[in-house]
Design a protein around this ligand. Structure first.
Ligand SMILES: [Zn+2]
Ligand SMILES: [Zn+2]
Length: 300
């Protein structure tokens, strides 16, 4: 939800507290429709290296209209210009745009927002990889509370950008402000029964890992290309009475290649109702970028 780049601030903050469940449902439906229509415009432009937000090519950087597409670095901008982008768009919209770009190449794999891998207690911690670029977001409760001197006494987050593995923007370079819209949604998402995500097109590895492991085993296909893999599925076969025959394993391997089903799913089917136990552990693949940790400096 929450992808209305131009209008969402007013609409979201104005009415939410007084809405009934039914009105909230309608609001969500409207938001979903808005999300879909924005995404369609985004992806159509994306394939032509064109930005639907500012209606310029990705390589165009014009100072009078700062835009999230600058972060793709197809045109040159200065490190400090990230502040202009942040002031204009806010965290959620920037992050959604970058997620859409990453997912346009391959779904979820290049977005590490795994809670298990985030340092303890962070409000935001994620790394998004796109082509030769890596963006990371980081926010601790201290940043969110806006503790610190006059340069950071407002709710903010930190942002890092690497190009070809080299630092272009460091986490501690800037304290980027959350927008009203960000603050509203981040606070709301803490309420019981409330959930915030970036929608289908913005899904990251946390959403992928939230899928029922059973479904992952049964409905994903193995790939020979490590770069494309979202999951790493390890399967153990425990046969209490007689050993598993080598030919069973190679038959399953051949079947997996032929049908595009996972070995885990084939073994489960084959040994169903026998005393052979097939256990699978589903985890994120090695391809998923590591979250870049930020060393927090003492607030000055
Ligand atoms: Zn743009
Ligand atoms: Zn800070």
């Amino acid at each position: 939800m929450a992808i209305d780049f131009e209008k969402a601030v007013g609409r979201a903050t104005a009415d939410f507290a007084t809405m009934t469940a039914e009105e909230l449902g309608t609001w969500n439906d409207m938001n979903d429709a808005e999300h879909r229509s924005q995404y369609l415009r985004f992806i159509e432009g994306y394939h032509k290296d064109h930005c639907y937000l500012c209606n310029k090519d990705f390589k165009t950087v014009s100072k009078e209209s700062p835009c999230v597409h600058w972060l793709l670095r197809r045109g040159k901008f200065k490190n400090k210009d990230v502040v202009l982008i942040a002031q204009k768009f806010g965290y959620i919209n920037i992050c959604a745009y970058l997620r859409w770009c990453a997912n346009a190449e391959i779904l979820a794999v290049n977005i590490n927002d795994l809670k298990d891998e985030a340092p303890e207690g962070k409000i935001l911690s994620s790394t998004i990889k796109w082509k030769n670029i890596e963006w990371s977001f980081d926010c601790s409760p201290n940043d969110f509370a806006g503790h610190g001197g006059s340069h950071s006494n407002f709710p903010h987050y930190h942002f890092q950008m690497r190009i070809d593995g080299k630092q272009f923007i460091n986490f501690n370079d800037y304290h980027l402000p959350f927008s009203e819209h960000d603050l509203f949604l981040l606070r709301l998402s803490k309420e019981p029964g409330m959930h915030f995500d970036f929608g289908n097109h913005g899904m990251g590895m946390q959403d992928a890992m939230d899928i029922d492991p059973e479904d992952i085993v049964n409905h994903t296909s193995p790939t020979e290309d490590e770069e494309e893999a979202a999951f790493n599925i390890q399967t153990m076969i425990i046969a209490p009475n007689k050993p598993i025959r080598g030919e069973d394993i190679s038959a399953a391997f051949e079947e997996s290649k032929r049908t595009g089903r996972t070995m885990a799913s084939i073994f489960r089917e084959k040994f169903e109702g026998t005393d052979v136990d097939v256990k699978s552990i589903v985890g994120p693949s090695e391809t998923v970028p590591k979250i870049t940790p930020r060393t927090e400096h003492k607030p000055r």
